[in-house]
Write a protein that binds this ligand. Sequence first.
Ligand SMILES: [Zn+2]
Length: 208
Amino acid sequence: MKDRLLRSCDGKAAAPLLWEGFHRGRFEWPKKMVVNGALCTSCLLVSKAYEGTSRRAEMSEKTEMSGGCACGRVRFSVPVEDDDAYLCHCRMCQRATGSVSIAFRNVKAADVQWQCEPDWYESSPIAVRPYCRECGTSLGFKFREGSENMDLTVASFDDKSRFKPRHHFGAESIHRAWLNTEGLPEQRTDTYQKLVDKWVEATGSFPG
Ligand SMILES: [Zn+2]
């Protein structure tokens, strides 16, 4: 079984992390890793981010939610008080993310606590985008000036399930053939044997 390295805030390889353990909790921070103490050796803030995943802030309706990039180097937490999110279809976001649209949650920029800081790509004269230079995950969008808010990508949250799309933005670039895909044939990853075999061969198990 191969080991996967968790990266610390400064980008250096930190404690070894079992690939299996990481992907068993693919959509939430892996408990196994925290239990085993395999945390960022530089700052140990990964554990704090995990602890904040589902913790409800006392004396408040806000829920502290956490998230981060695919490799775990960049981590954030932010208070969230409703389920609102939206899809951006603008051509800039399509280019920046390589997706036909991108799901965003709008938050107050000052509310975002970066336990491990992202990199910032100057995507245009008016905006910057946080991302991870190690794994390439797109983490959001922010105007350079004139707004207290920023967007975080919905899928970078550890628990993305609560967010609901409330509106579309960048309507001029909507790729309508991809808007309503309900009813198309569906296949789970664990029924695609070639994929399962590759995982088992590489890591000893399938992370589903
Ligand atoms: Zn990363």
